[in-house]
Design a protein around this ligand. Structure first.
Ligand code: AMP
Ligand code: FE
Ligand code: FE
Ligand code: ZN
Length: 291
């Protein structure tokens, strides 16, 4: 059987591998296709594309976006990651400008976060943060610097003490609802997929409700294979995707040295083995309706 990896990050966002290195890794792992799904940027995909073309390697354009979901009876919204795939067409120009605004809003948040940390005697500059996430600098980059400078023991500690929702220096970023993000991906010509659904922490009934209403908004797929999914979890989402007629997808969510136990195309201890047929499934979806 041939395998693919439809969820990966380069150092243009919060991964540590350069785009071309990531394609080389995928080729060495004998993967039949790779999707680069950086947070809020296509820069990694675009940098890797000439190399992939030279080697006739099937590189798929993807993106990972954040969204907010209000769950009945829960005080705080959940954050839901939405993957957007463009396996057979380019995104609409409107989608690029939407992404540009997203990156600007995150940059404004980063400036506020630096101020909030400075008030607590922590010296971090925007330049330091932006040197790490080349196209997209976010909290994971702050976390690495906080650890390096000795302000936190490890990445978790950095989120707990300074960056996470519970921390006193936390700065909220403007976010869009899950439905809005799904519609934006659709109108940009992409295939919206809910990433690592296990992280939502929903009961089975809540899950069905959320996915059914997301489908109403235009959701087309569900991430079934993921390095945080056990085999039972994977079977559960496989069934759910089937019942709700959502395209199953899967990938490791490779971040390089930022998540050293996750291997490209394999996940953690081989828990991700996404078959090539998943890509055929995505390519069979017609996203642009010519009426
Ligand atoms: P940002 O979009 O810049 O606010 O950063 C969000 C990213 O930070 C998420 O996509 C996660 O990868 C990471 N993140 C959020 N919370 C935590 C946490 N508690 N521990 C580690 N990473 C986290
Ligand atoms: Fe990430
Ligand atoms: Fe994610
Ligand atoms: Zn990811």
């Amino acid at each position: 059987m041939e395998f693919v990896d439809l969820h990966s990050h380069t150092n243009e966002s919060d991964g540590t591998s350069a785009p071309v290195e990531l394609v080389q890794l995928a080729m060495r792992a004998n993967l039949a296709a790779l999707a680069i799904t950086d947070h809020d940027t296509f820069a990694g995909y675009e940098k890797a594309l000439p190399f992939a073309r030279q080697h006739s390697f099937d590189l798929i354009r993807g993106i990972e976006l954040n969204s907010r979901l209000y769950v009945p009876d829960a005080a705080q919204p959940r954050f839901v990651h939405v993957l957007g795939y463009f396996p057979s067409n380019e995104p609409a120009a409107s989608f690029y400008s939407w992404l540009q605004r997203e990156r600007e809003s995150r940059r404004e948040r980063n400036v506020k976060l630096i101020e909030a940390l400075a008030e607590r005697g922590i010296a971090i500059t925007l330049e330091e943060v932006e040197a790490r996430g080349k196209s997209l600098a976010g909290r994971p980059h702050f976390a690495r610097i906080l650890v390096e400078k000795g302000y936190a023991k490890n990445l978790d500690d950095a989120f707990k003490k300074y960056l996470g929702e519970e921390a006193p220096s936390y700065v909220v970023r403007d976010s869009h609802s899950l439905e809005e993000v799904i519609r934006i991906v659709r109108s940009g010509g992409g295939i919206p997929v809910i990433a690592h659904p296990i992280r939502l922490g929903l009961t089975p009934e809540q899950e069905r409700q959320v996915l059914a209403s997301a489908k109403q908004a235009g959701l087309l797929g569900l991430e079934v294979h993921h390095s945080e999914h056990s085999s039972a979890t994977r079977a559960h989402y496989q069934q759910l995707a089937k019942d709700l007629e959502l395209a199953p997808t899967g990938g490791s969510d490779f971040h390089g040295d930022a998540k050293p136990n996750v291997r490209l195309g394999e996940g953690v201890a081989g828990n991700v083995r996404a078959p090539r047929t998943l890509v055929d499934g995505l390519r069979a979806i017609r996203t642009i309706d010519h009426g």
